[in-house]
Design a protein around this ligand. Structure first.
Ligand SMILES: *Cc1c(COP(=O)(O)O)cnc(C)c1O
Length: 956
């Protein structure tokens, strides 16, 4: 054989796709098809099929070649020491956290902890995060992460507006907030008609009533000020006070909770999470207990399980956008769990004393730096500072240039102001190099040691923290590596993830997250870049970003893509603002009606409401399709004000609606644009291009279709693709002009390219699979879903099918009739699956009382069969209840999941055996997952809401 025959271009595809060719043939046979293509012809409506050649995607490369190719690209990047600050600081990721959390698939392949019983590990890590944030900010309650500092501030703005009783529509923002935070606040305020007044809050005269005020603490130039008097003034006028804080500074400064803040937001990045050219990082929002029901995002709460034992769960889920829909005040869904877990583990690793020492060291280095600069004759700000030193000088430009020549980035605050923000990686030599940039690039005769000997540096008493923080024992008992290693593994052992078994979550596409795709995320050429470093230093990564944009355009048929939105919900929001701006540009700014089918994901109506639109619901027929007559009637009724339709395709019911082209035409004929929710893109890639069948804008979830891991509930990336007519309105970023078109909407996230450091995952996935690999992945995902549907339909009716009689890439099975005949409900089935070692499918979305199963192309046939057998075995157990052979209440389904402790109790008062409880099928004897808690009581947890670990004092 020749070399050409021995090297296969597409060798990654069979690693990514679970079933091999024999399995595929067997599955096709079950469905009565001879080939994947015959299946595709039958299932996918012909009017949306494409014969595009996907030249940009290419022919696929091996894993080894991919890494070589990407390394060559990013070696064009220059990794400078960045002292730019603005909420982004280099940090030291403890290697134990890097290896055991950041790079550990048990942590990064987990799903959002909705099934609490198999998620106690990450729920505990998130509870630690909440406790750490609440303690550091001096507040009573924190959520378990938000997307970035800018959007966290915007969430606080929505809260302040909703909570404020004075009906004001304006708010004051200190001009000393980070500019990216001000920009995101402005973006989010405008569509709701909120007026943002950027003015020193201390000078505000209240002629116009305001609902809130925003401080940066310390401010963007580094100054630490006591805001308590100004905060009180705003309270006296009925406004709410928000502080955006530096998390490390909170160990030394009086926390905002002690000077009157109602909400405290910020970014936890500098707690051991890499810069990553802007993200992903976990932001946070902490507030008073009284406002907890208005808090955006997810909150972990303490509850009890069926045995009365303490158990954790996501609390107050009724507050999620899923229930409140267009009345929601937040659209956040996917957050930043993996990064929150890293930050909380960093706090566990260092403990309160360790964190304080890091902060004191950074603060002392900054003091020494400032003293040296003064000795060099510079005008250094005399105000108190934490880690950022600001110099007023007419030589600013040349200082920045000298710094760059020395491999450092300073921040040019304004024409005559330079600032330098230090961080935990900075050494004494680094400070001496910084001085050189202020000395024409030459060595100074200053010495850090000499200044250190004499310098007296104290923060003013009124801003110095006196209160204790992080007093819970978790923050003081895992400081040796052995203990921490065991703690991390103790937690992870409680959770089911993709390392255990398939996670068949409809709409969430839990496919393989290949190791090769993830390796580059840790490379310093990517992880060490500051988002506001000169773009030339990121040239290689930006080449990759542009190429990813091209590939996504090629895949979707859109004219341009923005990678800025850092979750699907943010893509929806950005896309709607783009549509809004388009209408405005044509003198049609009054168009504000957004049509949304009743089956839509909750983020859709929530995003529409936040974009200032009025939601009109369109009915679905009993086959689950959009009722075209109703859509037509409503589009015509609102034609003068119609902004857009938001439609998920394939539908959230898991079918290809035949009418999609006609639906798009109706909307266009009435002056509207079509927004396609692309969460289900896994059923389209390589087969259909939404940009060519009628969609004007669509978001794709890179953390679903394009292999970014779910991280236990984030990070995600939700880029949007748009047609040529909308290209000029894509998001820009006022600090980085290369990040978007000049005429675009202002930024929707803090960082110019959102969560830039995880984009290589999707780029690697697309590049390795190549066009034929991606196409095959789509077909196998259809095959697997239909195979499961076929095998299960006698036991559980499949709720919706397309005209062809087949489902798309997921199927909904109906458990509602079973409830009538047996009393067993959808939760019982979901929890019983845990006894079989599986994570339940999506429960009760989009239809209450059903399960939505999405196997993805990555699951081997054996695993699909194991899942099918488990579901059929569960059906037999239900049958026993139906025909009276098993007690209606006291049965293995109602009592599930079964823990080892339940089994070991001497008394066993159940009409089924212990073996039937935990080994209902044979293969479990060899591979058993033991849940650590029994069924968690949701109602109890919401009634007795506790959202932090108690302090040692409280334990006593
Ligand atoms: C996942 C999903 C979203 C939201 O995406 P996030 O990244 O979680 O914000 C929106 N619509 C549908 C149909 C989804 O499945």
């Amino acid at each position: 054989m020749k070399l050409a025959d021995l090297s296969s271009k597409n060798e990654f595809t069979p690693r990514h796709i679970g079933p091999n060719d024999n399995d595929i043939q067997a599955m096709l046979k079950t469905l009565g098809f001879a080939s994947l293509d015959e299946m595709a012809d039958k299932i996918i409506p012909s009017q949306i099929r494409t014969d595009h050649n996907f030249a940009q995607v290419g022919g696929g490369v091996s894993e080894y070649d991919l890494l070589k190719q990407l390394k060559a690209m990013v070696s064009k990047n220059k990794v400078f020491k960045s002292y730019i600050g603005m909420g982004f600081h280099d940090s030291i990721t403890p290697t134990i956290i890097q290896r055991n959390i950041f790079e550990n698939p048990v942590w990064y392949t987990a799903y959002t902890p909705y099934q609490a019983e198999i998620a106690q590990g990450r729920l505990e890590a998130l509870l630690n995060f909440q406790t750490m944030i609440a303690d550091l900010t001096g507040m009573e309650i924190s959520n378990s992460s938000l997307l970035d500092e800018g959007t966290a501030a915007a969430e606080a703005m929505f809260m302040a507006h909703a909570l404020c009783k004075n009906k004001a529509n304006a708010f004051v923002v200190s001009p000393k907030m980070h500019p990216h935070v001000i920009e995101v606040l402005g973006t989010r305020a405008e569509p709701l008609g909120f007026e943002m007044i950027v003015q020193d809050p201390a000078t505000y005269d209240f002629n116009k009533p305001v609902f809130g005020v925003f401080f940066q603490y310390p401010d963007t130039e580094g100054t630490v000020e006591d805001y308590s008097v100004t905060a009180k003034k705003f309270h006296d006028h009925g406004a709410l006070v928000t502080a955006s804080v530096d998390i490390l500074a909170m160990t030394l400064l009086t926390p905002p909770g002690e000077w009157g803040a109602d909400m405290v937001v910020g970014n936890s990045q500098r707690f051991g999470v890499p810069l990553g050219f802007g993200g992903p990082h976990a932001a946070f929002l902490a507030t008073k207990d009284a406002y907890k029901r208005m808090m955006p995002g997810r909150i972990v709460g303490v509850s009890v399980d069926s045995q009365g034992k303490q158990a954790l769960r996501l609390a107050l889920q009724t507050r999620e956008q899923h229930i409140r829909r267009e009345k929601a005040t937040s659209n956040i869904c996917t957050a930043q769990v993996l990064l929150a877990n890293m930050a909380s583990m960093y706090a566990v690793y260092h403990g309160p004393e360790g964190l304080k020492r890091i902060a004191q060291r950074v603060n002392r280095l900054a003091g020494i730096l400032a003293d040296g600069l003064t000795k060099l004759g510079y005008n250094v700000s005399k105000e108190a500072f934490f880690d950022t030193v600001t110099v007023t000088t007419d030589k600013a430009a040349s200082i920045i240039a000298d710094a760059e020549a020395l491999g450092m980035n300073f921040r040019l605050v304004s024409a005559n102001k330079v600032s330098i923000a230090l961080n935990e990686t900075v050494s004494a030599e680094d400070v001496e190099t910084i001085w050189m940039a202020f000395h024409g690039g030459k060595k100074t005769d200053l010495s850090v040691a000499a200044i250190d000997d004499t310098l007296k540096l104290d923060l003013p008493a009124n801003v110095t923290r006196k209160s204790a923080f992080m007093t819970n024992s978790v923050f003081s008992s895992h400081h040796s590596e052995t203990e921490l290693l065991r703690y991390i593994h103790h937690l992870q052992n409680k959770d089911i993830t993709l390392t255990h078994s398939m996670i068949p979550l409809g709409s969430c596409t839990m496919k393989l997250n290949a190791t090769t795709e993830l390796v580059p995320v840790s490379w310093p050429e990517i992880s060490k870049l500051h988002p506001f470093a000169p773009v030339a230093q990121a040239a290689g990564l930006i080449d990759m970003i542009k190429d990813l944009e091209q590939k996504l355009c090629d895949i979707t048929g859109f004219a341009a893509v923005s990678l800025q939105p850092n979750a699907g919900s943010q893509g929806e929001y950005a896309g709607l603002l783009v549509i809004r701006k388009y209408h405005h540009s044509r003198g049609q700014g009054h168009r504000n009606i957004c049509l949304i089918p009743s089956s839509a994901h909750g983020t859709n109506p929530a995003s529409a409401a936040l974009a200032g639109m009025q939601v009109v619901v369109v009915n679905c027929d009993n086959l689950g399709n959009v009722e075209i007559a109703d859509l037509k009637a409503k589009a015509e009724q609102y034609k003068d004000n119609l902004s857009c339709l938001m439609i998920t395709y394939p539908s959230t019911h898991g079918v290809y609606e035949e009418g999609i082209k006609e639906i798009c035409e109706i909307v266009h004929a009435n002056g509207g644009q079509v927004y396609m929710d692309g969460a289900n893109m896994n059923a389209l890639v390589g087969m259909c291009r939404p940009g060519t069948f009628g969609a004007d804008v669509s978001h794709m979830n890179l953390h679903k279709t394009f292999a970014i891991p779910h991280g236990g509930g984030g990070p995600g990336v939700g880029p949007i693709g748009v047609g040529a007519h909308l290209k000029e309105f894509l998001p820009k970023h006022s600090l980085v002009k290369e990040a978007g078109p000049a005429n675009g909407i202002s930024s929707v996230t803090s960082a110019p390219w959102g969560s830039a450091s995880i984009l290589p995952i999707s780029w690697a996935y697309i590049t390795m699979m190549g066009a034929s690999g991606l196409r095959k992945a789509t077909l196998v995902s259809l095959l697997s879903a239909n195979y499961i549907a076929k095998k299960l339909e006698k036991a559980y009716p499949v709720l919706y099918k397309g005209k062809s009689g087949y489902v798309a890439h997921e199927c909904i099975i109906d458990v509602r009739d079973i409830k009538k005949t047996s009393g067993i409900d959808v939760t019982d089935v979901a929890k019983r699956l845990i006894d079989y070692g599986f994570h339940a499918p999506t429960m009760s979305f989009p239809v209450a009382g059903t399960l939505m199963i999405e196997p993805t192309e990555s699951e081997p046939k054996q695993e699909l069969d194991r899942f099918i057998d488990s579901m059929l075995s569960i059906r037999k157990e239900i049958e026993a209840v139906e025909n009276g052979k098993m007690d209606k209440e006291n049965n293995a389904l109602r009592n599930s999941p079964h823990t080892a402790q339940m089994l070991m109790k001497p008394e066993w008062n159940h009409p089924y055996s212990r073996e039937e409880a935990v080994y209902p099928v044979e293969w479990l004897r060899a591979n058993k997952f033991w849940p650590v808690v029994g069924r968690v009581d949701n109602a109890y947890g919401d009634r007795n809401l506790v959202c932090s670990c108690p302090s040692i004092e409280e334990y006593r």
